[in-house]
Unconditional design. Structure first.
Length: 229
């Protein structure tokens, strides 16, 4: 349906991650109730959108608890996430782990964080309409440290004062279409900017170095998270 609306020019891309479209014409309708269900975890939180006993969206958020050791900081990060989700205006449902496990077992669903979220609270039946959750990893907004050091503590690299180079900043998702040279091809991934204008792009399984900024176009601004499916 989304592809048909985009092809017909009746909608436009509003956000790439998660992929969201917006209609170009106002449609007056009575939306059905959607419940946001959460299954909080120490390392990963499962999320599911449930409408009329149908799971229409799932996501798994990996926290920064592996890099942030202080318990207070970890808890504040989770509360910040919870408050941001409340701002969506959706009814939010959480529940006990025992009831979640009972529902998942009764419905014969596999053990995953996002399906655990769908099984939170009172559940009579569930129809799962999506097979692949959105995988989200909290990365933060970088370090304020202006100088990187080697394993002996000596300065090894200085971080540029300017975050933006040629309109891009490290962490943006870009699409680079290289039309000449020995790196001809199309690359989509997370960019690491350099003051020279020659960027590195992290793909799923490899790193492509030395891509000129002139080949790059912005897909998604850095927001402190990495997304995958």
């Amino acid at each position: 349906m989304a592809h048909k609306l985009l092809t017909a020019g009746k909608a436009a891309v509003f956000r790439r991650y998660p992929f969201t479209i917006i209609l170009k014409k106002v449609v007056i309708a009575t939306p059905q109730l959607i419940i946001l269900k959460l299954d909080p975890g120490s390392q990963t939180t499962g999320m599911a959108l449930v409408q009329d006993e149908q799971v229409i969206f799932g996501a798994e958020l990996t926290h920064r608890s592996q890099t942030i050791k202080d318990a207070t900081a970890v808890n504040s990060t989770r509360w910040a996430l919870f408050n941001r989700l409340k701002e969506t205006g959706l009814p939010i449902s959480t529940g006990s782990g025992g009831l979640t496990k009972f529902n998942r077992t009764r419905l014969n669903l596999p053990k995953t964080h996002w399906l655990d979220a769908a099984c939170v609270g009172k559940v009579n039946s569930l129809q799962v309409l999506t097979s692949q959750p959105l995988l989200i990893k909290a990365t933060g907004h970088g370090s304020r440290q202006m100088c990187r050091t080697d394993k002996f503590g000596f300065p090894s690299r200085y971080v540029p004062r300017l975050k933006f180079v040629k309109g891009f900043q490290t962490g943006d998702i870009v699409k680079a279409i290289v039309s000449s040279g020995h790196k001809v091809g199309t690359y989509i991934g997370r960019v690491a900017v350099r003051t020279t204008g020659s960027f590195n792009i992290s793909l799923k399984k490899t790193l492509v170095q030395g891509i000129s900024h002139k080949y790059c176009s912005l897909i998604h601004r850095k927001d402190g998270y990495l997304y995958a499916t």
